[in-house]
Design a protein around this ligand. Structure first.
Ligand code: NAP
Length: 245
């Protein structure tokens, strides 16, 4: 793997993330937020309805190693339905290393589902390890799950900024990684409620109009991001952008 920006030269994911400590920089009204996405050249966010065939093993490595640095991971309901998540950090050594740098053993998995249309038979809920918090418009009774799961019923529209405020102020979350799909990303971006965007661009074009775009829902105005890092391997590009303030 090559780093193209800054300081061109050979590198790897561990070296690139060594000094990345998002949990040191929470805001008052929300956690430090990073968004991780993968896209085709033509800006599509899935292939055959899923992301698993989009990125390479290196992209998965980046995602798994990013997860180790956050108090919470946000997943939209559409992503949960498509990807059927398991425990966020499966490797016990990685969980132990989190504790050594002052992070909770497991990240809190945060789901947003107005309709509460979630696959409660997916391993995230049946594994028993980790913790889940779901923001929904539905009232109880809620399904019983082996993994400890809390439900936050929201009256009226679920606003992503209110979710983030709740996570920061009521749950003490300092850093959140969004793995939500294009609709969750659209809401976070429209609210300018993120700090970093990790964007992997594959060397594939789908030309498939039914696959979701990278960002759905639109933005109130064009948004200018600053490219702070760019890596390359086998034609795949790994960019880190920061939101200009
Ligand atoms: N390329 C990538 O990096 C990437 C990343 C993640 C996912 N994906 C792909 O994206 C596709 C899914 O796209 P998506 O946009 O549907 O996923 P999403 O953004 O993860 O989920 C959207 C769903 O989440 C719930 N939701 C989100 N915000 C809400 C709010 N404010 N209030 C109430 N409910 C809210 C709704 O579910 P309810 O209907 O349950 O209310 C909504 O239908 C899948 O194919 C997945 O594989 C790609």
């Amino acid at each position: 793997m090559q780093r193209l920006l800054p300081d061109p030269g050979p590198t790897d994911i561990d070296a690139e993330l060594a000094d990345y400590r998002p949990f040191d920089n929470p805001l008052d009204d929300r956690p430090y937020v990073a968004v991780n996405m993968v896209s085709t050249i033509d800006g599509r966010a899935s292939l055959g309805g899923r992301t698993v065939d989009l990125g390479t093993d290196r992209d998965i490595e980046l995602l798994l190693k990013l997860r180790r640095r956050f108090d919470a991971v946000m997943i939209g309901a559409g992503t949960m339905r498509a990807e059927r998540y398991g425990r966020i950090i499966k490797d016990p050594d990685a969980r132990a290393r989190r504790e050594r740098i002052g992070l909770p053993h497991d990240p809190l998995a945060v789901l947003v589902s107005g309709r509460l249309d979630l696959p409660f038979d997916a391993p995230l809920f049946t594994d028993g390890g980790g913790r889940v918090l779901i923001f929904t418009n539905q009232e109880g009774p809620f399904p019983e799950t082996a993994t400890p799961t809390r439900f936050e019923t929201v009256q009226g529209p679920i606003r992503i900024t209110e979710v983030l405020r709740h996570l920061r102020q009521e749950r003490g979350i300092r850093a959140l990684l969004s793995e939500g799909g294009p609709h969750v990303f659209g809401q976070i971006a429209a609210a300018r409620a993120f700090d970093d965007l990790f964007l992997t661009t594959t060397s594939v074009m789908t030309g498939e109009p039914d696959e979701p775009r990278l960002l759905e829902g639109g933005l109130p105005e064009p948004m200018d991001l600053r490219l702070v890092r760019l890596l390359e391997e086998d034609g795949e590009l790994f960019a880190r952008y920061c939101l200009r303030r």
